[in-house]
Design a protein around this ligand. Structure first.
Ligand code: TYD
Length: 202
């Protein structure tokens, strides 16, 4: 079972992914946690290029680089973990690209969807938690130092509305969670939502 966490930078999804991993392990599940972009040596190198580079990267190049990192992650780490029966948690997955490169940068959504599909080989999360916070709060919470975080307020407003649109289109998969609440309340909401959808313990 693949579970992804999505939202603006600073929404708290990394904290929630770690918390959920711990909770699931306590219940007896085998859990693997990955982050995007990253988690494999190639993907970590691409991550540095994307987030720390001072050179200009066009939106199309950005789309392809995120998806190159994803292709490597899916084939070498995600699929093997899923095939081994683990619950796989991913801190960001293909919805990030739809929200940031599609809605945020303005690339045609069908181009983004095609590119995502090629990179994932059609792998989709069973459940996605979209941790929603207002842009103001996200900007205040995130360090604001990497290349994407410098994109500006309007960019993040488009990304946030993009996530709403994704959640509206796939309500069975994407759960919108109010992440302005305390980490304990957010975790409780995530756990309540996930519990009935979990596979039986091995
Ligand atoms: P990261 O440090 O993981 O951000 P955070 O911890 O705030 O989630 O950096 C990932 C950045 O890359 C973040 O700004 C979102 C962006 N991103 C995209 O634009 N497209 C993508 O497909 C992915 C996976 C991330």
């Amino acid at each position: 079972m693949l579970i992804s966490f999505e939202g603006l930078d600073g929404c708290g999804k990394s904290t929630q992914a770690h918390r959920l991993a711990q909770r699931l392990r306590e219940q007896g599940y085998r859990v693997e946690l990955f982050r995007e972009p990253g988690a494999t040596p190639l993907s970590e190198s691409i991550r540095r290029l994307l987030l720390e580079s001072a050179t200009e990267i066009t939106p199309l190049a950005e789309l392809l680089l995120f998806n190159a990192a994803r292709a490597q992650l899916v084939e070498t780490a995600l699929r093997p973990a899923l095939e081994s029966g683990a619950i796989v948690l991913c801190d960001r997955f293909d919805d990030s690209t739809t929200a940031y490169q599609g809605y945020g940068r303005g690339l045609p959504l069908e181009v983004v969807a095609t590119c995502n599909r090629i990179a994932t080989g059609g792998l989709k999360p069973a459940v996605t938690f979209f941790l929603d916070v207002p842009v103001e709060l996200a900007l205040r919470r995130s360090r604001g130092s990497d290349r994407l975080e410098q994109a500006g307020r309007e960019f993040f407003e488009r990304v946030r509305s993009g996530y709403w649109e994704i959640a509206r289109q796939e309500p069975e998969r994407v759960f919108c969670i109010d992440a302005t609440r305390s980490p304990e309340e957010v975790h409780a909401h995530i756990w309540r939502t996930l519990q009935p959808r979990l596979p039986p313990l091995p």
